[in-house]
Every structure is written in C-alpha cells, then in structure tokens.
Ligand binder design. Sequence first.
Ligand code: EPU
Length: 417
Amino acid sequence: MKKLIIHGGEYLLGTIHISGAKNSAVALVPASLLSDDEIIIDNIPNITDIDALDEILTYLGATIERIDSRMVIKSKNIENKEIPENISKKLRASYYFMGALLGKYKKVEMYFPGGCAIGKRPIDQHLKAFEALGAKIQIEGNKYRIEAQELIGNDIYLDCASVGATINAMLASVKAIGKTKIHNAAKEPEIVNVATLLNNMGAAIEGAGTSEISIQGVEKLGKSYIEVIPDRIEAGTYMILGALVGNPLTIDNMIPNHVESLISKLKEMGVQYELNQNSITIWHANEISPTHVTTAVYPGFPTDLQQPVTTLLAFSNGISKITETIYENRFQNVEYLNKMGANIKIIDDTLEIKGVPCLYGNTVKATDLRAGACLFLAGLKAHGTTEIENVEYVLRGYENIIQKLSQVGAKIELQEI
Ligand code: EPU
C-alpha cells in the first residue's frame, strides 16, 4: 500500500511533458495480437494498467519487450486459453481481449473486467456488437464464453456511443467476412488512434472519429508501427493545476484540439492562458468565475475531467454546478474535498459548489483514478499537508507523477505504508 504526501500552497513554475494516452494504449496493446507479426508501439505510458495488460499478453504466450516507452509485441505463439478472473479484473481494458481474441480466433473465454467503481458500467453494447457479427454468448456468473463459427460483417447499432464497445466492435470485425458498419460510434481521439494502428496492420477502416465507422474485413493483418497519442486527460489535469497554482505552468506535447471543451471552460472562469501548437501555458487565477459544466461524449466536456475540475470550481467566487451524465457514481471525491474545507452538495446527478477562499490539508482517500487526481490537485493548492491513501488508483493513470510534479516545484512524495 502506498500514500501520497503533499505539502501544499506552493506556486509551480516550469513545464510538464504529457505522456501517451492511457485509454489509447490500453486498447492498442490488446489490438496488437490480431497480427502474428511484430507490432511496435511507441510512447507507451509507464503506468500500472499497462503492466496488467503486459501480464495478460504474456500469460497468453506473447513475447513483449519494453525499452523506455517502446513496446515490441510478438503474438505468433499465443495460445487462445481462458483468461482467469484474477488478471482480467485488474483493469477495465481487459475487455479488449474479448474483441481481439474473438476477431483472431473466433472464440474467447474470459471473466468480467475490473476498473474503477464509478457506476454500473455494463458491457451489453460490446456483446450486442459481437452478436451482430454472428457470435453466440454464454455467461456463467462472471465468466463469458463468446464464440462464432464465422464472423460475418453486419450493421451494428450502438444504443450509446460507448468508447469500449466501438473499439471492441472494430477489433472483432476487422477480419470478418464482408462489410461492417458501426452506427452511433463513439468519436473519441483514442478510437482514431486504434483505427490507425489497425489500418497500418492492413485493415480497411473508414470513418473513425465520426459516428459512422465502416470496416471492410480483410483476411490477414501484418507487421506495424504506431505512436500513442498524447493523453488529453493527463494534459487537462495539469492544465487545471496551472489554473490553481501555475506561476506559470506550461503543459507540452499535447494536442490543444483534444481539450477544447476544457479550454473554453477555463476561459469562462477567467483563467489566463497562452495557446501554442503543441503546448499551453497557464497562469494561476486570483479570481475564478463560477460556471456550469455538463459532461458529455467527445467533443463534449470529458467525464474523466469532471472530478479534477471540481477542485478548481471549489475556489470560484460564487456558485457553480457540475452535471455528470456518463456515470452514476463519480462523486465519491466530494466527501474528501469537503473534508478539506470545500462546500459542495450532491443533488442527484449534479454538484452545487459554493466557492471557498481556501482548502486545508487533511487525510483523504482516492476512491478511483480521477477522484485521486481531484485530491492531488486539491492537496497542491491547499494550506498544510495532505495525505492521500489508496494512491494505487492514481498510479494506474498518471505516469511519473512524483517526478513530473517535483520538477515544477511541488513538494510531493510517495510513501509505502
Ligand atoms: N455503457 C453501457 N453499455 C455498454 C458500454 C457502456 O451502458 O456496453 C455506458 C456506461 O455504463 C457509461 C457510458 O456508457 O455510462 C460510457 O461508457 P464507455 O463504454 O464509453 O466507457 P468505457 O469504454 O468503459 C472509457 C474509458 C473511461 C472513460 C470512458 C468515457 C477506457 C479503458 N476507459 O471507458 O476512462 O471514462 O471511456 O470517455 O478507455 C478513466 O480513464 O478514468 C476512465 C474511466
């Protein structure tokens, strides 16, 4: 067990470099097994979710080499065996083995994925996509057996624009017979990154990044190379940090277009920033104007930045509101922010935030990854010392957090308990 100790209240100055996107990398790694040839993935973040995927691929018999942020995967000798519960439940993205193994071997046996407890998070749309392609699904307790005699291209209508279901539908259909169309597909940049890898491998996918994706099945996928796109949620988290304590803080190696919804909210709050091609420089705001934020699928305001932005609005000079539309249980951070002195009420799916002038260090708990982000932001701004327990959640998604924050002047350390 580890905890984060933060001595808050310091202004931070310098540059934070953004790593490869967690939510792209966790799909690119399983996608690689669709080919028997070597797949090279660059800009892989060094986070524990990637270690968990490495463990699953290695368990299946793949050979993986990791040199700095490069991962070289050879899946020729994979054995399509059942993925046990103890490893599938380590992370949410283990569900991409469903699409990838089904796409390659027409059969997969594995357990329900894990991930942060932020809502019910069903996978019915993933299963609906596999069924549309001709697969039969048997569920026994937590175990899924998905099998098809042949995978045959079809129209897949998603009831909600799910990131995971869209990627899984692509993985399962790239080698299917004929043409698949995914309707109401999710449009997140991570989906474009995965489609680019698959196309580099020889797939024929068009329309990724729009709500209608067409996939012409191909027989074989080959050798390929891909670079993971910069993590827009990590960038957004540190941009919020800039608005809290930047003196100024520059966030670089990021794609400003991917965080447009956050930039427009920062503007509404009166935060000063300078935008460049691959970076943004942000000054701490002495006054934060209250605003309303509603989470939505891309290009709307990302649910993954809802908890981090709550920390910023906790300091506004008025009443702000945040409505969470994607997950039913993504407000577990509020109890701890209030323990640090914030004034936030949960009213159904909405937060009513009355701004306060300061927060005070306290002992708090990360209940999930982005709750942890909300709390380390609060700790860095607060007076006094904050101890964040359950920090393993944070290490799942933020690469080199101690080093990145220390470099810009933060007093932060990781302690074993
Ligand atoms: N949903 C269904 N049925 C499904 C799939 C999704 O009802 O079959 C619902 C979910 O319950 C949720 C909504 O649709 O209410 C969105 O779920 P989605 O499938 O888009 O999310 P996901 O694929 O499970 C990914 C990220 C999440 C991120 C969401 C939304 C990964 C591994 N996870 O999850 O990331 O919040 O997309 O952008 O890519 C995080 O990084 O902290 C995180 C939770």
